[in-house]
Design a protein around this ligand. Structure first.
Ligand SMILES: Nc1ncnc2c1ncn2[C@@H]1O[C@H](COP(=O)(O)OP(=O)(O)O)[C@@H](O)[C@H]1O
Ligand SMILES: O=C[C@H](O)COP(=O)(O)O
Length: 583
């Protein structure tokens, strides 16, 4: 079935959006940018916006409607939408919702970074925006991850969050109040996924993971990331006992508490199975004295056609007012009412077409003389060439720890910059970095595109001199990525290199920049080598069996490759091929 109707990821996602557009004419759906929004002037209300990759339908277009989401932005299959698309949606939504915007972000690395970038842009337009990270997954509680928080991915708790917050927005709550409520919902919800048969990625003959017949994997992620335990031949009762035991390790609930349950198929489980699961969960918790005030069963959040389920509990004890918000009728087509599935001429339209604002703000920064600008341009091109040469090696490194696309992603960034080099205003350092940031963001660079786009944005805002620009880049990345040195990411090479460069320059003076750069490269190599023995603590790599990770981190290796290219090119340009390298 999947093979016939879904040939490639790209064509499948495009056609899905075309189908959505036809089926739900009451919504504003921009097929090209994959944005769906509630198209009416909502006065001073707060907009509720979310985003995420395709493959998780009906999440989240199915939740757009009054009393639920105000807008949703979709990405490619299992990949976040670009910050540019999120920005377009936010800017248009802000015109119809004057109370500000609350971004509900799933705790996935790319989603967080892309939203971060978009929020940086819309804040410059004086739009009030706050965000909340949905992190309800309780599978990886024992993972060696910073704060234990990153491992808590966003699962179906998000759907209950959309419903309650959407109704709060309709009832005129302020942005500040909604942020507090969102945090409260986050603390009181928990979810876990189970998988029995993996999905197949369109166009690929391989399954995303392998499981024996009659086995079940506990704690799988929404893109098929590994879970925490496999069980064979268990009954529904035994399976649910294990699920509940895992949930109760962190979920605070006591006899007489009032709880909401949501059970969602991950794509291929039938409703009989989902109701069976819901019944078993309720039975076992009722035996512990827990009351169920609402139970939702259906298809809420999928992983293509994975045979599996997500189970969410929300403790509403003392917050029974939330039931009113859950019950408030919504137009969203994946919650039980379908008003927006019909054309309703009576609903006044807010906008006719999306307005895209691509203008870049003017930036005050260092101005380069022509010779410097030419050197800068040739160095940028040298970095692009180097990244493309390293593509296969980077993909190989990423196969160990991720999805094998780090080289392809960075090569896409390099291609975009090379192909548009004429449009980069190389005399104005800040504007040049900003233009490259936009190119990195929009070029299908996946997570790496987002990471480099954020860094280039940070550099553009601090482009008074080279060292400040570099520090600005690192600061901007750290603002949105909770990774630190030691987590096995590009930061392990980048941070020692950046601060090494800065301290060397301070100690030995500006004229010693080649030696400073060389020192930075040494630090990057040292940091990169150290990643060989580190356990991944962020990103998709952290769910991979750490015994399989034996080489350096691809992102850290890319930092070394970039610095090598910069150094080689600068030394050649500055000192000339005939001169001896001074170090
Ligand atoms: N939170 C993070 N902060 C900084 N760097 C990260 C983070 N998560 C992952 N990385 C870096 O991104 C690299 C993987 O990039 P890429 O393959 O494009 O992402 P994905 O695996 O999500 O497709 C990793 O090798 C690591 O260096
Ligand atoms: O569906 C995919 C998400 O939107 C992005 O996930 P990621 O951060 O793991 O790349």
């Amino acid at each position: 079935m999947v093979d016939v109707l879904m040939k490639t990821p790209e064509s499948s996602v495009k056609r899905y959006w075309k189908g959505l557009h036809m089926a739900h004419p009451g919504l504003f759906i921009d097929v090209e940018s994959q944005i769906v929004l509630l198209n009416k002037d909502r006065g001073n209300r707060v907009a509720l916006v979310s985003a995420g990759g395709a493959g998780h339908e009906p999440f989240g277009a199915g939740y757009v409607g009054e009393n639920m989401l105000t807008a949703f932005i979709g990405g490619s299959l299992f990949a976040s939408p670009t910050a540019g698309k999120i920005t377009t949606a936010l800017l248009n939504v802000a015109k119809l919702n004057k109370g500000g915007i609350l971004a509900v972000i799933m705790n996935n690395t790319s989603d967080m970074l892309m939203f971060g970038l978009a929020m940086e842009t819309v804040r410059t337009k004086r739009i009030q925006i706050e965000s909340i990270l949905v992190a309800d997954d309780v599978a990886h509680l024992d993972a060696d991850v910073k704060n234990g928080y990153l491992a808590r991915r966003g699962l179906t708790g998000s759907v209950l969050m959309f419903k309650i917050l959407g109704a709060l927005s309709r009832n005129g709550r302020s942005l500040k109040e909604m942020v507090l409520e969102a945090r409260c919902i986050n603390c009181r919800s928990c979810s876990i996924g189970i998988g029995m048969r993996p999905c197949k990625f369109p166009g690929s003959s391989q399954s995303m993971w392998i499981l024996d017949e009659s086995s079940v994997e506990l704690g799988i992620g929404l893109h098929g990331e590994a879970g925490i335990a496999r069980m064979q031949g268990v009954s529904t009762t035994e399976l649910v006992q294990v699920i509940i035991a895992q949930m109760l390790r962190i979920f605070v609930v006591k006899p007489e508490d009032n709880v909401v349950l949501l059970v969602s198929s991950l794509g291929a489980c039938c409703l009989i199975e989902m109701y069976t699961l819901a019944y078993e969960v309720e039975e076992q918790l009722r035996m512990k004295g827990i009351n169920f005030v609402r139970t939702y069963v259906g298809n809420f959040l999928s992983t293509l056609d994975t045979k599996g389920a997500d189970i969410t509990l929300l403790n509403i004890t003392g917050r029974e007012d939330w039931v009113r918000f859950l019950d408030q009728e919504t137009e969203a087509y994946s919650w039980p009412v379908t008003r927006l599935s019909k054309v309703n001429e009576k609903i006044p339209k807010g906008i006719e077409a999306l307005e895209v604002d691509d203008t870049l703000p003017e930036i005050d920064s260092m101005v380069l003389i022509e010779r410097e600008a030419n050197t800068f341009k040739s160095t940028v091109l040298a970095v692009c060439r180097q990244l493309k040469e390293e593509k296969d090696k980077l993909n190989r490194l990423d196969e160990e720890s991720g999805d094998g696309d780090c080289g392809t992603s960075l090569a896409n960034v390099a291609d975009a910059i090379q192909n548009n080099i004429g449009t980069i205003p190389v005399r104005n350092l800040g504007m040049a970095f900003l233009t490259m940031s936009k190119l990195a963001e929009t070029c299908n660079g996946q997570l790496s595109g987002a990471l480099y786009s954020l860094m280039l944005l940070g550099a553009s805002k601090n482009a008074s001199d080279w060292a400040s620009a570099w520090i600005g880049a690192v600061d901007m990345l750290r603002k949105y990525s909770i990774a630190e040195v030691g987590d096995r990411t590009m930061l392990d090479a980048l941070i020692p290199a950046c601060f090494g460069f800065d301290s060397y320059l301070r100690e030995f003076g500006e004229e010693n920049w080649p030696k400073s750069l060389n020192y930075a490269l040494d630090k990057a190599i040292e940091g990169c080598e150290k990643t060989t023995t580190m356990r991944p603590r962020v990103g998709r790599a952290m769910y991979v069996d750490s015994n399989k990770v034996k080489d350096v981190d691809p992102g850290a290796y890319a930092v070394v490759a970039i610095l090598t290219a910069i150094l080689k090119n600068l030394v050649l340009q500055e000192i000339g091929e005939d001169h001896q390298c001074p170090f």
